[in-house]
Design a protein around this ligand. Structure first.
Ligand code: 5GP
Length: 119
């Protein structure tokens, strides 16, 4: 899939539209989801033009891959989720209902989340 430079997270990365930022470093930006599905619902996105996890891990430089995953862990820690627990999730493609074609990891927490998928 070709990366769409006009997707909403690309615009957030470029500062063209605002976000409720919780973390930023050279590799990643994290912000609150606009439509939270749990008391804590944070999105972490890599600083680069990657559609999906497969695209990112095949194409991104190693320092960006490492930095991005470190950022995901850091955000979960800083959100205070380590003790009670949390869930991370990344949708890819139509079957997963990916709405925004820029790789993003959801971090959910703040309540008992129940089983992985509703049937
Ligand atoms: P996906 O279904 O692609 O995995 O998730 C996309 C997520 O992005 C959804 O949870 C949706 O609420 C969130 N989202 C969509 N547009 C915006 C936006 O402009 N700002 C923020 N903060 N979140 C957004």
């Amino acid at each position: 899939m070709t990366y769409d430079l006009e997707n909403i997270f690309a615009k957030i990365l470029r500062g063209e539209i605002p976000c409720d930022k919780v973390y930023e470093d050279d590799f990643a930006l994290a912000f609150h989801d606009i439509n939270p599905q749990a008391p804590v619902h944070i999105l972490v996105i890599p600083k680069g033009a990657y559609v999906s996890m497969a695209d990112f891990t095949a194409s991104a430089p190693a320092d960006l891959i490492a930095g991005f995953f470190r950022a995901v862990g850091q955000v979960a820690r800083e959100a205070g989720l380590e003790d009670a627990g949390y869930r991370i999730l990344a949708n890819a493609g139509a079957d997963a209902h990916q709405e925004v074609p820029h790789l993003h990891i959801h971090i959910f927490g703040g309540k008992r989340l129940g089983p992985m998928l509703t049937r």
